[in-house]
Design a protein around this ligand. Structure first.
Ligand SMILES: *Cc1c(COP(=O)(O)O)cnc(C)c1O
Length: 257
């Protein structure tokens, strides 16, 4: 290990400590939410360092990048990085379902019926593949419905804005029912990103309302995935159970495209 690795690990440790302190402060006696560290655009070596620092859950938003990192790290048998749980948090094309189910513990960005069908089919094939290969069985894929918190009609929602898609609130019960009924999938709860320029406390308050409604019909769907670097305090206050924090742990993402 060169000193570059050690310096980076120390930087990650310090950032992680600061983020955890913010979360603890915001929780102020409430249950402390789970931290998912979003590692998109950062190398597998950073993910490995985070695992050594005690991180158990990481988030990624592009299948190609995530599958490569997960394959590399899961091959390091016996290292903490081999036991990471991978959360897929980005917009997902149905033709990527087959790849995602190979490494993902959870998909936070389920926003339409065809994706539920694709993930279910892919999970059944993956379970069969593992059986045939003599690999240990894997648990069902945890699926969260991503809710669009922008107040706009569903025909007006962009499908292309990265990380800012989602189903409209009135579509949530239907999608949740489909996930709940699908083989290989388990309904985790809801996920959202606060709309740009909006008050995150207000947006996450609405999300908490939808999450409460969902729990009335699906008591097991307890997850509320909300809060990023800039708005994690508002998410904790609103009752988020899972935070997705990237840049405040890893630093500014390299500019892309
Ligand atoms: C990138 C991303 C995050 C993390 O955002 P930061 O501002 O880097 O903390 C969280 N959620 C989603 C859906 C993302 O795409």
């Amino acid at each position: 290990m060169g000193c570059g690795v050690t310096a980076r690990k120390a930087e990650l440790a310090a950032n992680l400590q600061q983020v955890r302190a913010r979360i603890d402060r915001a929780a102020a006696g409430r249950t402390v939410p789970e931290l998912i560290v979003v590692t998109k655009y950062f190398p597998a070596s950073d993910v490995a360092a985070l695992a050594e620092l005690g991180v158990r859950d990481v988030g990624e938003n592009r299948d190609q990048e995530a599958s490569a990192k997960a394959a590399e790290l899961s091959a390091q048998a016996g290292s903490p990085a081999a036991d990471l749980r991978w959360h897929f948090i980005g917009q997902l094309q149905t033709n990527k379902a087959k790849s995602v189910v190979r490494y993902a513990h959870a998909v936070h960005s389920v926003d339409r019926a065809p994706l539920v069908a694709a993930l279910s089919k892919a999970m059944l094939a993956e379970q069969e593949r593992r059986r045939d290969a003599g690999l240990p069985a894997r648990a069902d894929l945890v699926c969260l419905v991503q809710v669009d918190l922008e107040n706009r009609p569903s025909h007006d929602r962009p499908r292309s804005a990265p990380g800012r898609g989602g189903a409209s609130p009135d579509e949530v019960p239907g999608l949740a029912g489909l996930i709940d009924a699908a083989d290989g999938l388990v309904l985790g709860g809801l996920m959202a990103v606060a709309p740009l320029g909006a008050d995150p406390a207000e947006a996450f308050g609405r999300l908490a309302g939808y999450a409460g409604e969902l729990r009335r019909s699906h008591p097991g769907a307890t997850m509320m995935s909300a809060g990023m670097s800039q708005d994690l305090e508002a998410a904790v206050a609103a009752g988020a159970t899972h935070l997705r924090v990237g840049s405040d742990v890893l630093g500014d993402r390299p500019a892309v495209g």
